[in-house]
Design a protein around this ligand. Structure first.
Ligand SMILES: NC(=O)c1ccc[n+]([C@@H]2O[C@H](COP(=O)([O-])OP(=O)(O)OC[C@H]3O[C@@H](n4cnc5c(N)ncnc54)[C@H](OP(=O)(O)O)[C@@H]3O)[C@@H](O)[C@H]2O)c1
Length: 244
């Protein structure tokens, strides 16, 4: 790990990553840190968050690691109060926090799982975006981590599918609302990536065929560094083995 130099491509930008304490979010955090971004990372697990914050600070950037449950508007507001105090603005928002449920058909799925997944993946994205917008200006970018489950359906994943299809509708609406303001909105749609989420989704899934989180992070950075008058509106990135 080397110190982020002034010539890095995103030097001095401020990026906020929800679910930045592990998995794809943490990989994106490292990739942005390597490009010189200052970071706000969030998650519920404080000890993981602190550990991630310490690792990221080694890039020589400024890091704020704040606990936040994206389902809770009070928790989101409190996190943004801290972020505003330290950085005053957000240039890049990565809505990444997400959760899944076990493979259960509709007639077997408990309401608690339905609510947890919809409230995290869909309502959480709305709450964080709404709170971030006053801190964002022309030239900013929002990346919403959806999934290929935003356009394809997987039996046994109804709440996850519904949350991601809904989040794609939210993302497409947001893009049109923000187009006149010069804020780009990217729908990130990864296929299977080797993270903890598979312990819930499908524990026996063939991990060797999956992408590593760093690959998704590389694709995100490549989209972010495009000239401001261009954008990747949908970024679908899949294992070459297919949808598994
Ligand atoms: N892995 C894949 O194959 C894949 C493919 C396509 C899309 N995705 C999407 O990628 C995103 C990240 O998932 P991952 O694969 O990296 O899984 P992961 O390792 O399980 O990470 C999930 C992240 O979301 C955070 N999170 C979960 N619930 C939260 C809540 N209520 N409030 C705040 N943060 C919360 C977690 O932190 P805490 O638990 O500490 O809160 C963690 O940082 C998700 O949106 C997922 O749907 C994953």
């Amino acid at each position: 790990m080397s110190r982020a130099a002034p010539e890095t491509r995103l030097h001095g930008r401020v990026a906020l990553i929800t679910g930045g304490n592990r998995g794809i979010g943490l990989a994106i955090a490292h990739a942005l840190a390597a490009e010189g971004c200052d970071l706000i990372i969030t998650g519920r697990d404080q000890s993981l968050l602190k550990k991630a914050g310490r690792e990221l600070a080694r890039w020589g950037i400024r890091v704020l690691a704040e606990t936040c449950d994206v389902r809770d508007s009070g928790s989101v507001e409190a996190m943004f109060t801290g972020a505003k105090k330290k950085f005053r603005r957000v240039d890049i928002l990565i809505n990444n926090a997400g959760t899944a449920h076990s493979n259960l058909k509709v007639d077997e799925l408990p309401i608690e799982d339905w609510k947890r997944v919809i409230e995290t993946n869909l309502t959480g994205m709305f709450l964080v975006t709404r709170a971030a917008l006053p801190l964002m200006k022309r030239g900013g970018t929002i990346v919403n981590n959806l999934s290929i489950a935003a356009t394809r359906t997987f039996p046994g994943s109804s709440a996850y599918n519904a949350s991601k299809h809904g989040a794609l509708g939210f993302t497409n609406t947001l893009r049109e609302e923000l187009r006149p303001k010069g804020i780009r909105v990217i729908a990130l749609m990864p296929g299977a990536t080797d993270t903890d989420i598979w312990n819930t989704l499908w524990p026996e899934a063939p991990r060797k065929k999956m992408m590593v989180p760093k690959t998704v992070a590389t694709a995100v950075v490549n989209a972010l560094v495009l000239p401001a008058n261009s954008t990747v509106e949908e970024l679908a990135i899949l294992p070459s083995a297919g949808t598994l």
